[in-house]
Each structure stands twice: as C-alpha cells, then as structure tokens.
Design a protein. Structure first.
Length: 427
C-alpha cells in the first residue's frame, strides 16, 4: 500500500512539474505574441500565439483570450475572433471595467464584420454556382453546335472547283458525282470512276479506260442522262474506247472498239450525228482534189492508198481507217488536203468548236486548228465561279460549305460558334 501511494505521489509531482513547465513556455510565447502585436507584426504575433496554444489545455486567462481575439480580428478571421471573444466573456471578472466595455464594443464589430463576411461569402458562392451553371450551359451549347456542324458536313474525298453554274464534280471512295454549291448531290458517287468537265458539260464514266457506261450532265440547264450504249452506235462495239472532251456546241466524240468511225454525238439534241449523204461529200472532196477516188463501199483513195472513210468530226477533219484494223490510221484535213498520220501526229481528235479541236498525242492534250496546226488552249466555257460559297476542308474526308460566316448545307445554315453561343446564351 505504501509503495502504491509513493508511486502516485511521484506521478502527481511529475505532472505538476510538467504542467508548470508548459505554462511557463506558453507564457513566453504569449509575451512574444503581445510584443509582435504591439509592433503591428500581426502574422508573427499569430505564429507565437499558436505555439503558446500548444502548451495550453484550456484558456484560463482573459488576457490570453483578449490577445487571440485581437490577433484574429486584425487578420479578419472574424469567426475565430468571435470564438476567442466568447471565451473572454466567460473568464473576465470585472464587467464594469473600461477594458470590458471596449471589448464589448469590439465584439459588436466582430459580429457585424462576420455577418458581412458570411453574406459576401454566400454571394460569391452563389456567383460561383451561377458561373458553373453557365459554363455547363455553354459546354452543352458547344456540344449542340459541334453536332450540328457535323450534320452540315460533307463526307467527301475531294470537291473540285465550282463552275459558273454553281456546280462541281466531287469524289468519294474513288467514284465521282456532281454537287451544287449548297451541298445538294445531283449525281451520287457510286459507279462512275472517271469524270471529264469542259464547256459546261460533265461526262461521267463507269471506267477510266474503255468505259461501257457514260452519263452526261448539262450544267447550264441542269439536266442529265445516260448516253446510248456503244452497241446502239455499232453492234460490234462493247465499249466507248477513247472519250474526248465535250464542247460548247454540244458535240461529243468517242472512239468505240470494233468500229470504223468514231461516235459523234449531239449532247443537246441527244442523238448521233451522221453525214446525211456521203456520196455528195465524196464528190465535193474529189472536185476539190482532196481525195483521188471514192467507191460505193464508202472508201476513199488518197495518194494511191485506199481508206475506210470514218465520217466527220466537224470543221472538215475526217478520220481514216484501214479495212483490216479498227484503229484510226490518219485524219484527213479537207481544208487543204493534208493527211495527219495518227502514229506520228495525233492519235485521237475531238469535236470541232470555235475553230479548235482537242487532240491527243501520247496521252497529252494539244489544241489544233482545221489543218492540224497547234493553237492556244481555248477558254473553258464552264466559266469561273462567282458565288459566295467557299469550300473548307475540315479534315481529310470532311468538307464544309461556308457562306458569309455561316456553314450551309441545302436549306440549313449554322452561324459561327461564337455567334451561336452569344445568341443562345441570352435565351
């Protein structure tokens, strides 16, 4: 029992000694805190005060409570200042002292400042929430705009320049079609693998070489149709062979296989163009010494060589064949009797228009006159586009049509993102 009592006494003595030590340390920091406050070193004063609090279990001095209140009041920590002020009122004994009266006045100020601070914090929080909602609304509007923008986009590989009639060729998945400057597809790109455009006509072919199907579109009157099958022109023909550029007078020329004459077609009248009376033409050519002889088999003799007469291309140029081959051998220029050997000059010649022909030499286009002389390139009557729509490549395979700041597609349009947000944010 005596040992137990002795241990208890030792423990109490240690606790009292330790408590006394903590109180002394705390008082040192309280003194430093007060000095710093007097020197208006508020942050340093708080630092000393907080260290003192570590050595205090509870505040038992009104002086300490008052110091904590003043420090936090100066730092505008009104909630903490109010908490220390309440402890002051619980501890202070003399409620009639001047210090108490002044502190009561300070407490009223603290409550007013705290109320204003809480009100401002509430206002700022409401403003933050409002801005957050607005940002979410803007993000939602951006999503709406992006989705609408995508819906007004064209998934195409290429859009070629529009012509004066506001039409253009486009390419998708290695096929060609026709589109307006409002994004309306007139001919789908699903079966035509090659396209030619000249003098306001567009020619679409189902194969780049030796096509068996050709679609013609007149961009002036915006009408289109399939050309007659090669076999309709010549029962032995299975494809159109070499296809030449269409011309402004509506004439079109192709060189079908297994044929002794090219196909000359009037794209406006939609019919084949043939010489009405070849015998009368032959007589005239002979009379003018362009040919030496002719016969009932529609053959002509020039410089002692007989040729199968291949009709006409307009302007006085006539293809010539040998009866044992379907490839053009020569072109007869009736204006001066010159014979253009296909192997050394031009392999193919197109229709005559505005004193010029398209001719192909080793696969390259050359423009010639009626006796085969090279001339300047004619102006493409498809014309330049003067509309207000601009083609914009968004990314590979994605295009948009823009007009006066709007994305347009058919009858729909979408303003710029900034304008869209400005307009719809007000609603």
């Amino acid at each position: 029992m005596k040992k137990l009592l002795l241990a208890f006494l030792c423990l109490m003595t240690f606790a009292l000694a330790n408590a006394q030590s903590n109180k002394e340390i705390a008082n040192v920091y309280i003194k430093r805190s007060q000095e710093s406050l007097n020197n208006l070193e508020i942050e340093l004063s708080l630092e000393h005060f907080n260290k003192a609090m570590k050595y205090m279990d509870t505040i038992t001095s009104s002086k300490v409570a008052r110091l904590g209140t003043l420090i936090h009041y100066e730092l505008r920590n009104f909630s903490e200042a109010k908490s220390f002020a309440k402890q002051y009122f619980l501890i202070a004994k003399n409620k009639k002292s001047e210090e108490y009266t002044e502190f009561l006045e300070l407490f009223v100020n603290i409550n007013e400042e705290l109320e204003a601070q809480l009100k401002e914090e509430k206002r700022l929080e409401e403003e933050r929430i409002k801005k957050e909602k607005e940002l979410r609304r803007i993000d939602s509007l951006k999503t709406v705009w992006v989705n609408k923008s995508k819906s007004l986009s064209l998934k195409l590989d290429t859009i070629y320049p529009f012509n004066k009639n506001n039409l253009a060729i486009f390419k998708r998945n290695n096929s060609y079609g026709i589109i307006t400057d409002r994004g309306e597809i007139l001919v789908e790109a699903n079966e035509y693998k090659d396209a030619l455009s000249f003098d306001s006509f567009i020619i679409l072919k189902n194969k780049k070489q030796e096509p068996t199907k050709i679609y013609c579109y007149n961009t002036t009157d915006k009408s289109g149709y399939l050309l007659p099958s090669p076999s309709d022109f010549n029962t032995l023909s299975t494809h159109y062979g070499q296809v030449m550029l269409p011309r402004g007078n509506g004439r079109f020329v192709a060189y079908p296989n297994n044929s002794y004459e090219p196909m000359v077609y009037d794209l406006n009248a939609r019919k084949n163009v043939k010489i009405a009376n070849k015998q009368d033409l032959f007589k005239n050519l002979k009379r003018n010494d362009v040919i030496d002889k002719y016969n009932k088999d529609e053959e002509v003799k020039i410089n002692k060589v007989w040729y199968a007469f291949g009709g006409h291309l307009g302007g006085g140029i006539h293809p010539l064949y040998f009866n044992n081959g379907y490839q053009v051998h020569s072109f007869l220029c009736s204006v001066d009797g010159k014979v253009l050997n296909a192997s050394s000059t031009y392999q193919y010649i197109g229709p005559f228009y505005n004193n010029k022909y398209q001719a192909l030499k080793a696969g390259k286009t050359i423009w010639i006159n009626q006796n085969g002389t090279k001339v300047s390139t004619p102006e493409d009557e498809s014309g330049k586009y003067f509309g207000s729509v601009k083609v914009v490549k968004v990314e590979d395979g994605i295009y948009q049509l823009k007009e006066n700041g709007f994305i347009v597609l058919k009858n729909e349009k979408l303003e710029k993102l900034a304008d869209f947000l400005r307009t719809n944010s007000k609603q």
